[in-house]
Design a protein around this ligand. Structure first.
Ligand code: HEC
Ligand code: HEC
Ligand code: HEC
Ligand code: HEC
Ligand code: HEC
Length: 398
């Protein structure tokens, strides 16, 4: 009896440990500008990353998606913003909204509410900044796998920075070593890069599930391998900055064209009069991974001498449908077409019927951040969403 009581109490403590809204930030640690003087390189690298773009005002695709979900799901935009903030903007001071808020919003009496105040806070404008990752105290991996982002962590008190260095000392803030920075940083990544779901519950992205254990950390490919440098440029070791093994903070990925070259490799063969195009993925997660409606494009140009006879193309992407069976965006999906990503450490082959009389076929593979369907539904204008990013090319001679 007593044992059961203790177990329940322990469960309650861990439950209450997570799901807490972020505590108020001391003005001393308000945003990355407060870290810049001593962590100049890191702040510069991070500010160019898409983690820094994870806010309604900074990312056209994110903004259009939130607007669309609000419109179609008949909830206030602010309720959607709070829901998405769990991973996109976890420093938010409220983590849930209910019917009472919808009623207030409908009669326009929400302007003084905690929800509006939380969303208007300038603490959020930097998206996933230093004070998101480095203020995580604990990750509650014992929780249900649907609890993500802010619902899966608990926070440090203001002014304590968690990090990978066991003997760090800073005159500006307290420090504490955490394994999810030092020994195994992918645990931190999986707080958000896992079990991303549509509002009706369908999983639309799950890098953790796809991931195949390797010696490489996410950080090796998306930050940099560890290399000699300084964690802080403040002179703390005999009048000089202290040398450390560090990583870059660029979090480079799918929005950076140069990251795509060679991310997959192509193999082309002719069998039973069909042109077989095989895409190989040597990475430890599927490609595309992450957010739904990403797209791989295969283009085959048939030539006779130097004359172009015909171009065929194929799109590998997921299409989503809503409750009524109409095309929709990932977050409103009830059903989806077959998953066509290239599996981790695996391959996928697609078939083309060659054009009569062709001497060569030039096969090119590209990536696009948003497929045509979702781009049209959302009316995305910026060039980056339709840009074809080059991955690989092979010329086949018949
Ligand atoms: C998405 C999470 C994330 C964000 C955002 C982030 N960091 Fe880090 N940071 C990490 C991880 C992970 C490591 C540890 C990498 C390792 O050693 O394997 C790290 C390491 C560090 C270190 C130790 C030196 C090093 O390179 O290992 C410092 C100092 C640091 N970060 C400061 C910052 C500052 C300042 C910002 C804001 C500009 C920031 N970080 C933003 C995840 C993050
Ligand atoms: C006055 C200078 C100064 C300022 C401002 C400053 N730091 Fe630091 N920080 C340091 C020093 C010095 C270290 C220790 C470096 C070492 O030991 O190599 C450090 C270490 C760290 C570490 C590594 C901790 C660990 O145990 O691995 C993190 C993370 C960090 N700072 C984050 C931040 C963030 C976020 C801000 C802005 C809110 C910030 N710092 C502002 C000087 C500063
Ligand atoms: C607090 C939640 C959270 C954590 C923790 C987190 N991420 Fe992210 N990450 C996101 C979100 C949200 C985006 C999309 C931001 C956007 O595009 O507006 C993203 C985007 C990315 C991208 C895509 C960038 C691009 O340009 O395409 C990469 C790569 C990435 N994260 C790597 C990491 C790695 C590595 C870690 C662990 C060290 C990590 N993330 C930790 C939430 C998180
Ligand atoms: C061996 C290198 C490697 C490792 C390790 C790795 N990735 Fe990737 N990742 C890639 C490549 C290559 C791409 C495709 C090109 C790009 O976006 O950088 C990619 C793409 C991504 C994207 C962008 C997907 C999109 O279409 O928006 C995210 C997010 C991401 N990885 C997260 C992670 C996370 C989280 C981990 C750790 C669990 C991880 N990666 C481990 C190589 C790696
Ligand atoms: C479980 C955590 C989580 C939640 C909750 C979440 N997201 Fe995301 N979202 C991510 C991660 C991680 C990425 C980056 C993956 C990648 O690069 O492919 C991302 C990427 C995106 C992107 C692509 C951005 C870009 O720059 O390409 C959009 C759009 C988006 N999310 C919209 C939303 C909306 C709208 C909501 C709320 C209804 C939401 N997300 C809730 C984790 C989450």
């Amino acid at each position: 009896m007593l044992k059961a009581g203790i177990a329940i109490l322990a469960a309650c403590i861990t439950l209450f440990g997570a799901d807490e809204a972020a505590p108020q930030l001391d003005p001393k640690y308000h945003d990355s500008s407060k870290c810049k003087s001593c962590h100049t390189r890191i702040v510069g690298e991070w500010s160019g990353s898409y983690h820094a773009m994870s806010h309604y005002d900074s990312n056209e695709y994110l903004r259009a998606s939130m607007d669309y979900v609000g419109r179609k799901d008949r909830r206030s935009l602010n309720a959607i913003k709070v829901q998405c903030a769990a991973c996109h903007n976890p420093r938010i001071a409220v983590t849930e909204t209910g019917m009472d808020y919808e009623i207030q919003a409908a009669v326009k009496l929400d302007h003084l509410s905690d929800v509006n105040k939380a969303l208007e806070s300038d603490v959020l404008s930097e998206g996933i900044n230093c004070l998101v990752c480095h203020n995580v105290d604990k990750i509650h991996d014992n929780l249900d796998e649907t609890k993500r982002g802010v619902h899966r962590i608990s926070w440090n008190p203001a002014g304590v920075m968690s990090g990978p260095i066991e003997d760090a000392k800073s005159p500006y803030h307290k420090v504490q070593y955490r394994d999810f920075f030092g020994k195994d940083p992918k645990r931190l990544c999986f707080v958000c890069h896992a079990n991303d779901r549509a509002v009706g519950g369908m999983v639309i992205a799950d890098t953790q599930k796809e991931y195949q254990e390797t010696k490489k950390q996410c950080a090796d490919c998306h930050m940099s391998p560890k290399k000699p440098g300084v964690a802080s440029n403040l002179p703390i070791a005999d009048g000089k900055p202290k040398e450390r093994m560090v990583r870059e903070h660029g979090f480079i990925g799918a929005h950076t064209e140069s990251m795509w070259e060679g991310a997959l490799t192509l193999d082309v063969a002719l069998r039973n009069k069909a042109l077989l195009v095989t895409m190989k993925n040597a990475n430890p997660h599927n490609i595309p991974t992450g957010f739904g409606a990403r797209e791989l494009l295969v283009e085959v140009s048939y030539l006779s001498g130097s004359k172009l006879l015909k171009t065929q193309s194929m799109s590998l992407t997921t299409h989503y449908t809503d409750k009524r069976g109409n095309p929709t965006i990932p977050h409103l999906a009830e059903t989806a077409t077959e998953e066509l990503s290239i599996p981790a450490n695996g391959e996928r082959t697609v078939k083309f019927t060659p054009v009569e009389g062709a001497g060569t076929a030039v096969v090119k593979l590209y990536y696009r951040l948003v497929n045509d369907e979702v781009r049209d539904l959302l009316g995305l204008k910026e060039e980056i969403w339709s840009k074809k990013m080059f991955i690989d090319k092979v010329t086949y001679r018949f």
